[in-house]
Design a protein around this ligand. Structure first.
Ligand code: NAP
Length: 313
């Protein structure tokens, strides 16, 4: 065990929650180490513009916000490692976290592993991913210049990302399984007024059709039962997220949906192990709330280290 492998605060995940935790832990001089996982900046970095993070009245690019978070945490001594955790052992302190590069031993762990997009689970979806099926407008929107695009979902993500894709696509048709949307009023108004946006409600996608690339979607109206085929070049699926908490199963308490259970101090059922952001938040899922949870987790980890270090032996 080398020194840089034995850390006071190990943070899993580098989205708003993880990097805010890193900032607070670094300013408490705890020299936190952040393992980025697959997505530096988290899901926020996949969003083109974030308009509701305070302090940026004109909005801020998702990737840019992630970079700013990282820079600020590093300025105070946080180390951000491009490394992926696979396994944890919370049975004794220091807690062992096995990553691509080997084992880390941590006095406290802050879990900020976020969430991943839910799939439709219809025929053709897996086969055509990257050939017309996408879960990230910022990453793939550009490929659909003057093309016909479908968005699936009725929440904020579907509307926000749909509006973003109107920059490129010739038309954006949002398909939703009900006739009411979850998305906020401002987004709905903007989308409904946009000349490139169309809406098909009470309808589900039952199959995604194509060979080398996506050609069409099979649709079913859930009220009338009527089936139809809708020609399209791309489909972006925004139907929610599932928390990335598989590796904690059996060790940390979680809800039926897999969200880690924390109290108001971000404490899990294991002392010294905290969770923040979408891995533990089934309700708010905002950049600002995730950042707040990350900060709270780090403050609590610092208190815990102070308390446990002062106990003799
Ligand atoms: P969401 O709010 O959970 O919405 C998911 C949508 O997908 C719902 O309309 C849902 O339909 C639909 N859906 C779920 N499963 C489906 C399935 N199997 N087939 C077809 N449709 C399905 O997810 P989200 O839009 O990703 O947003 C997640 C959270 O992030 C929310 O709290 C949201 O407010 C927040 N967010 C905020 C912003 C912002 O403030 N600018 C931007 C993005 C996200 P039903 O409505 O029928 O359930």
């Amino acid at each position: 065990m080398t020194d840089n492998r034995h850390v006071k605060v190990l943070i899993l995940g580098a989205g708003p929650a993880g990097l805010s935790a890193a900032l607070y832990a670094a300013r408490a001089e705890l020299e936190p180490v952040v393992l980025t996982g697959m997505q530096l900046g988290g899901q926020a970095a996949l969003t083109h513009t974030i308009e509701n993070y305070p302090g940026f009245p004109e909005g801020v690019g998702g990737p840019q916000l992630g970079e700013l978070f990282q820079k600020q945490a590093e300025r105070f001594g946080a180390k951000v490692e491009f490394d992926m955790a696979h396994e944890v052992d919370f049975s004794q302190r220091p807690y062992k976290v096995t990553a691509d590069s080997g084992d880390y031993f941590a006095e406290t762990v802050i879990i900020a592993t976020g969430a991943s997009p839910v799939h439709l689970n219809v025929p053709g979806e897996v086969e055509l991913t990257g050939r017309g099926v996408s879960y990230c407008a910022t990453c793939d929107g550009w490929f659909f210049k003057d093309k016909k695009v479908v968005i699936v979902g009725g929440g904020d993500s579907a509307f926000e990302e749909g509006l973003f894709i109107t920059r490129y696509a010739s038309s954006v048709t949002l398909i939703h399984r009900r006739n009411e949307f979850r998305a906020g009023a401002i987004l709905q108004k903007r989308a409904k007024e946009h000349p490139k946006m169309n809406f098909i409600t009470d309808t589900v996608v039952t199959e995604i059709i194509g060979g080398e690339k996506l050609e069409a979607l099979k649709l079913k109206n859930v009220v009338t039962g009527e089936e139809s085929t809708f020609e399209a070049d791309g489909v972006f699926i925004f139907i929610g997220h599932t928390p990335n908490t598989q590796m904690f199963k059996g060790q940390l308490e979680m809800s039926d949906l897999g969200y880690l259970k924390v109290n108001d101090k971000m404490e899990t059922n294991i002392p010294g192990v905290y969770a923040a952001g979408e891995a533990a938040d089934a309700t708010f899922k905002q950049v600002v709330t995730s950042a707040g949870m990350g900060a709270a987790a780090a403050i609590q980890a610092a208190r815990y280290l102070e308390e446990t270090e002062s106990v003799p032996g």
